[in-house]
Design a protein around this ligand. Sequence first.
Ligand code: SAH
Length: 241
Amino acid sequence: MKIIFGFVIFYCISLFCTKGENSNSTQQTNRFDIMRDKMVEQQIQSRGVKDKRVLDALRKIPRHKFVPKYLESQAYSDDPLPIGAGQTISQPYIVAYMTEQLELQGNERVLEIGTGSGYQAAVLAELCDSVYSVEIIPELSMNAQKVLDEMGYDNVHLKIGDGFRGWAEKAPFDAIIVTAAPTEIPDALVAQLKVGGRMIIPVGDFFQELYLVIKTEKGIEKHRKLPVRFVPMRGESETDE
Ligand code: SAH
């Protein structure tokens, strides 16, 4: 009898504890949901990003899962944040702005250079058919793969390599997004873009400008968009030029 009674008490206590844990994590999730809605409204819509699909993707994706644990509470702030190996996850507004410039409809194949945390790749994954993302630092690519797998993104393909060369085996792409800054637009990336395709890319050294590049039958059109500050694009091919 004593044993049964003890068991019942133990069961009730464990039930109570589990309930407590669940409600804590639910509260946490709700807190992040609220922060995300605010981020989209106050940092992104207020600065003029309008594409509803882009805004919905940013409202949906748990950005806090893509930053180191100690920075989780700052994941929705109006800043880039360190992600290790001296690299950063871009400011949410810049992610939204660059993504909107690609004008994705849903059936595109998109190349990203600079996987970093994997956050931009997740945003793209919500908006197009498939994402191919190249990262030069193996540790970052492997981390990003883990997070993207946990979140169930099976339309994102990662590769460790030098983005100056693009991803020739998977070309051509409908759109390209470059999230590290080269000093000139890499020829290989232009070659791997379809005619009619759009590429958004920061270009420069200390002073950088964001360019929208549209590939036409005759060559490329370059539209200067915004002054920006990205980590430099580095790699072997840089020195080949
Ligand atoms: N898009 C990322 C942010 C990337 S920061 C995100 O959403 O988190 C820029 C990234 O570009 C860094 O991870 C850096 O390692 C990578 N990078 C720099 N030079 C590169 C190159 N030549 N090829 C591929 N990746 C490069």
